[in-house]
Ligand binder design. Structure first.
Ligand SMILES: [Zn+2]
Length: 133
């Protein structure tokens, strides 16, 4: 059970809250789960009713707080990886190629590689995804 998935804004008490799961037993067999708000105890009928907070949290840190990216690779090594390509699209859930419309990894490479514009080169797309806690 990941903590992120459990965070929600309760529809009953409107608080930034979490869910609590209670197993339901029929005899000794677990037949399901009941889902409650830890703050007010409101019961949710099903997983789909829980207003999970899946949207990004507000940024607590500004860019100035972030430590500079450590250069792990020599320039020629980082060369043609997807993460340095202008078609590389990143959000917290998926990294994809905007050109080929497939999921890619930052370390992938392909023949359609196009370096990002000079001003974007220093901005690490991966680092951007970690801005929100
Ligand atoms: Zn509640």
């Amino acid at each position: 059970m990941e903590l992120k998935k459990m965070a929600m804004i309760c529809c009953a008490c409107k608080a930034d809250s979490f869910i609590r799961r209670e197993p339901v037993y029929e005899g000794f067999r677990k037949t399901g789960e009941r889902i409650f708000c830890v703050s007010c105890g409101h019961e949710y009928a099903s997983e789909g009713d829980v207003p999970y907070t899946t949207t990004a949290k507000p940024n607590l840190f500004t860019d100035a707080d972030r430590s500079r990216r450590v250069a792990l690779f020599q320039d020629d090594e980082k060369g043609r990886n997807c993460r340095h390509c202008r078609h590389f699209v990143v959000n917290p859930f998926i990294q994809r190629c905007g050109l080929r419309h497939i999921e890619v990894q930052a370390t992938d490479g392909c023949d359609d590689f196009q370096a990002r514009s000079a001003e974007g080169v220093d901005e690490d797309p991966l680092a951007r995804t970690f801005k929100s806690p």
